[in-house]
Design a protein around this ligand. Structure first.
Ligand code: HEM
Length: 477
């Protein structure tokens, strides 16, 4: 396999020198360095280059450095790169392979087109009362569970919020995670079904970078017994819902309608309900958590945001509404700045479905080549953002935002395969922040990490997660 280590040299692509077997990914393969950390090292090594090559184990991987190249591959030449490489073979991973994220080509297009109707403005507004109720549960949960110093483990609390929102809107049930201190049955089921342990992490690595190892391992990312836990829950919910007339009031109803009118098979319906949980819950939770941490570290930004929220909500008879999230400009700036510094999904992947000549070059990459977009690194590149490690929501103010290249901001990906839940996520993150900030002043606790460098990141996880909880102090207002 090390024969392929000549690939980037022969093609004239700037690249890192690999070591046998591990390529440039030794620490990631040993689960000592997060994948985005490895991509960041390659990114920083080749300033000014549109592309850089590296080897993940035996595989040559192309890192897309310039935003023009990102646009070419993810938008303009989407037909060459329509699929994620992180897409398992149906015979090894029956349910997971049907997740929207994993479906290839025409199958993906068909399901994506049908599912889009679950995310229209009308749908979002119809779901807002449920999301708002979860915001109120969140406030109650924090009030009840503050310790004697007012401290809350924020990651756990936000995880419960993410779970309840997705349970209610996409799964059609009350997740009950914010209502108790103990893990609720839904929370337990999801925790067991979608656990991402050492084996899953290695299997994903193989899936992304070593087809040979993947076929040897044949390790499903969602084992049959795990998906069965969720399937059983889902059968109960569908039964209850199917007895009542469907009113299309949430994502679950929309999916059930697609199943009932024969637009999608039962398998595809079931996989999409599960996929909403996997894609939507922890991503929403982490974004709320990171926003709270940044606002605790920047009290002046927090006060400014609270003042704006009070004004917007005051003009609405004291009620937080769907429009609060749309009308509070500074809230939008804070959310963007949080997602810039902490893009939960810190890289994007695609695979070439045919040979492709890199634009403005004579370099040809072969069908099957994995390309990766280092979102985290682009977001923290001084070429795109002045003083990039600084939390500065003002850079998103209308008078400044024109200076930012839209393609240098990719927390939800871009092109036809961008996040389908973007606006739902926007609504639920903003609703959580509005509820919290109108009820509490949030500050760093004695043992909170106080800088980026102090935050431990989980090296095993593909998204940005933290291995220890993040304590923050909540003072009721
Ligand atoms: C702040 C929260 C979220 C972030 C940062 C996020 C980020 C992303 C990213 C980066 C992608 C890949 C895009 C690409 O490759 O170009 C993605 C895909 C996806 N996301 Fe999200 N997401 C969030 C919330 C949600 C929510 C709430 C849902 C559902 C309710 C959701 C459902 C999905 C699905 C189904 C896909 C696959 C889309 C496809 O392949 O067509 N996401 N998300």
């Amino acid at each position: 396999s090390t024969l392929r280590y000549g690939t980037w040299r022969k093609k004239g692509v700037p690249h890192l020198t690999p070591v046998p077997l591990f390529g440039n990914a030794t620490l990631s393969i040993l689960q000592r360095e997060a994948l985005f950390g490895m991509l960041d090292r390659v990114y920083r090594h080749f300033p000014g280059q549109p592309y850089a090559g590296f080897y993940a184990g035996p595989s040559p991987v192309l890192l897309v450095r310039s935003v023009e190249a990102v646009k070419n591959m993810l938008v303009k030449d989407f037909n060459v790169f329509p699929n994620h490489k992180l897409s398992p073979a149906p015979q090894y991973d029956e349910v997971f392979s049907k997740f929207l994220f994993c479906l290839p080509g025409e199958q993906w297009k068909d399901v994506r087109t049908k599912m889009t109707s679950a995310f229209t403005s009308g749908q979002l507004k119809a779901m807002y009362p449920s999301v708002k109720a979860m915001g109120e549960d969140l406030v109650r949960n924090i009030k009840q569970h503050r310790d004697k110093n007012g401290v809350i483990p924020v990651s756990n609390t936000c995880t419960r919020y993410g779970l309840d929102v997705i349970a209610r809107c996409a799964f059609g049930i009350d997740g009950g995670a914010l209502k108790t201190r103990e893990p609720s049955p839904y929370m337990k089921a999801v925790g067991e079904a979608f656990r991402f342990g050492v084996s899953e992490s290695l299997a994903s690595f193989a899936l992304l970078f070593s087809p040979l190892l993947y076929h040897v391992l044949r390790y499903p990312l969602l084992k049959e017994w795990r998906s069965a836990i969720i399937r059983n829950l889902l059968l109960q919910t569908s039964e209850v819902r199917e007895k009542a007339p469907l009113v299309n009031k949430d994502i679950f109803d929309k999916l059930l309608t697609l199943k009932q009118n024969g637009s999608v098979s039962y398998d595809v319906f079931e996989a999409q309900v599960m996929s909403m949980q996997v894609a939507g819950s922890e991503s929403t939770a982490s974004t709320v958590m990171f926003a709270l941490w940044m606002l605790a570290r920047h009290p002046e930004c927090q006060e400014k945001l609270r003042a704006e929220l009070r004004e917007t909500v005051g003009n609405n008879g004291g009620e937080i509404s769907y429009e609060t999230g749309q009308d509070t400009k500074y809230l939008d700036m804070v959310m963007k700045e949080t997602l810039r510094l902490w893009p939960v999904m810190p890289w994007l992947d695609r695979v070439a479905t045919q040979d492709y000549v890199l634009p403005d070059s004579d370099i040809k990459i072969e069908k099957g080549t994995v390309v990766m977009v280092p979102v985290y690194s682009i977001h923290r590149d001084p070429e795109h953002y002045a003083d990039p490690d600084k939390f500065d929501p003002e850079r998103w103010a209308p008078e400044n935002a024109d200076n930012i290249n839209k393609l240098a901001f990719l927390p939800f990906g871009t092109g036809p395969r961008a996040c389908i839940g973007l606006r739902f996520a926007d609504m639920s993150v903003k609703s959580a922040l509005s509820h919290i900030l109108l009820n509490f002043r949030v500050s760093l606790a004695a043992d909170s990490p106080a800088s980026d460098a102090e935050l431990q990141i989980c090296p095993r996880s593909f998204i940005i997660t933290i291995p220890k909880d993040l304590p923050l102090s909540f003072e009721p207002l």
